[in-house]
Design a binder for this molecule. Sequence first.
Ligand code: 4F9
Length: 244
Amino acid sequence: MRIDVITLFPELVQTVIEYGVVSRAAEKGLLQLTLWNPRDYTKDKHRTVDDRPYGGGPGMLMKVEPLQACIAAVRLQNPGARLIYLSPQGRLVKQKLINQAAKWENLIFLCGRYEGIDERLLQQEVDEEWSIGDYVISGGELAAMVCVDAITRQIPGALGHKDSAELDSFSAGLLDCPHYTRPEMINGAKVPDVLLNGNHRLIEEWRDKQALGKTWKSRPDLLDNMELNDRQRKLLKEFIAEST
Ligand code: 4F9
């Protein structure tokens, strides 16, 4: 998969492929990340990348011509890629969208800085507008890095099979169950007995029940659009009974 990112801070975005799963995916050739800086497409002596908004007011916008030239250069190298603009106005990014995008093969992320980008340029160039959540951050870079990481995890071969994407939290639409490691006792808090007994059927049942219970407690909205099977409904009923 090839992902191009257009950003005024390429050194920041580059760090997403320097660690962990994403770094190994890049080494294996599963992900090719290319960074593009609109500043390299300026023509004035000061390499200006911002411009004033029509109508006045505080804040600046990204200067149009360097951005246009940069996008054109990216499209030459990555034709047919979908261009995704990251902004709080975009479609909320959920696991399902990430999983779809991982199959698209070629992506371009456009990171805005300052107050954003001229509306006409967005209309003409952008295929999708995504948001990673209802908050404002200082630019699209951190959002692009979140998306690159999440998408890379879904590329076949990127994860070792022990942490395969199917085992991830959210693959079943539920939150993850709690996890425990050594020591057996931490400040008086013991590991749940079921995890120490080696009964793998009981352990799996406990984990499924905890995942359902955690989701019910913390994110009940996730259960609203889910069809639980008989076993899951029984486990959640037990969890609720035990928690009251
Ligand atoms: C982008 C916020 C994506 C949430 C970009 C300021 C942004 C954002 N999701 N905020 N620039």
